[in-house]
Ligand binder design. Structure first.
Ligand code: PYR
Length: 368
């Protein structure tokens, strides 16, 4: 039987992004929900991603002459309503039968930047069309075959896509035990990578990953930049050594992530790596942050710790499951509203002010 998921399209009633995860579980088939929501191994790293924001405190500044804070920012030449973009997430049809057509429309209607995954369940031209002119980046799962890589890059360029994001932390699948327990395999084709993965249906995530190239090196970054002529953002560095390796290969930006805790369990929370990475980057290139953003205060803390923007993954996908394009837009709007409130209470008028805001180390038990 053909796979089918939610058909939702319309406003969602929710108070915060945590509500959405519980609500999405009721509308997304079990295996697909498990794939989206779960992480690797004991899910220690996945849970720390959210908890670790408590390692830093926002001590409010008073008498700061602040009213109606401005959450807007300019990032990579794009004017955004808030420092939030869409992270690459595989196969949006798992969450909503409209797939990436709806998530792209939601992000475009909100006014932000969309990163399409190599493992998109909708092909490039339809997603670009749904974005109706909004900025688009492409996340690359690199093939072992250079001819295929060139062909994918040619297609990416044809769409007017503005940057390539090279995922460097997912050469094999993490230990996704929830998927194993659910017997989850990919129920839908992945059209962008058809040339190196013609048979994704019925295959595990690990099989999908292993069809791409394992042996990534700085030379791949150089090659993608040289062949495509596009800026290449390296997604995965969590330490100063990795920052230097990526930047010396010509990376145009660093994307700090631990893949939502889906890859290496037992590693640090992404927020805890952000400070070291941002210090090492030292404003040479932009820094993007993902893994764990669920609250406006998380956006604030990430920006105050050196990120230029944060990227949303799971929360946007839950919005997609529950409300299609409208649900995705609502998730961005909700976090923007929370960020604005935090900015007012913290005494920051602009995103630039957040960048200069010093967070305090948490002297309390951060396990709250
Ligand atoms: C993931 O499952 O995490 C992918 O990146 C495909």
């Amino acid at each position: 039987m053909a796979f089918t998921s939610s058909n939702a399209e319309g406003p969602v009633d929710f108070f915060n992004t945590f509500d959405l995860e519980k609500m999405a579980q009721d509308v997304v088939p079990k295996g697909a929900f498990g794939y989206i929501a779960s992480g690797a191994g004991d899910t220690f790293t996945m849970h720390e991603n959210i908890r670790s924001f408590n390692h830093k405190l926002i001590v409010p500044h008073t008498l700061m002459d602040v009213e109606d804070p401005d959450t807007s920012t300019v990032f990579a030449g794009e004017s955004l309503p808030a420092p939030m973009i869409m992270a690459p997430v595989a196969a949006h049809k798992l969450a909503n039968n409209q797939g990436e057509v709806a998530s792209a429309k939601g992000v475009a209607d909100y006014g932000s930047l969309y990163t399409i995954s190599s493992y998109s369940s909708v092909d490039l031209p339809e997603v670009t069309k749904a974005l109706h002119g909004a900025p688009e980046w492409f996340q690359f799962y690199y093939s072992k075959d250079d001819g295929i890589n060139r062909h994918i890059m040619d297609r990416v360029k044809e769409q007017g896509i503005k940057a390539i994001v090279l995922t460097a932390d997912a050469m094999v699948g993490g230990n996704r035990e929830t998927d194993a327990r659910n017997g989850f395999t990919f129920p839908i084709p992945l059209p962008i990578v058809q040339e190196y993965l013609p048979d994704s249906v019925g295959k595990s995530m690990d099989y999908v990953y292993k069809s791409a190239k394992q042996k990534l090196s700085p030379k791949d970054v150089e090659y993608i930049a040289q062949y495509s002529g596009l800026p290449v953002y390296v997604k995965g560095p969590q330490s100063k050594e990795d920052v230097e390796r990526a930047l010396s290969a010509g990376a145009a930006g660093i994307w700090v992530t631990n893949h939502g805790g889906r890859q290496l369990d037992g590693g640090p929370a992404s927020f805890d790596s952000l400070q070291e990475v941002a210090k090492a980057v030292d404003h040479r290139v932009p820094v993007i942050f993902d893994s764990g953003i669920r609250r406006g205060q998380h956006v604030f803390k990430a920006i105050a710790s050196g990120a230029d923007v944060v990227a949303l993954g799971r929360p946007a996908i839950y919005g997609l499951a529950l409300g299609g394009s409208v649900g995705v837009k609502q998730v961005f709007e909700k976090l923007q509203a929370e960020l604005k409130l935090v900015m007012q209470l913290a005494g920051t008028q602009t995103v630039e002010d957040i960048k200069h805001f010093e967070l305090r180390d948490n002297p309390y038990d951060p396990s709250f």
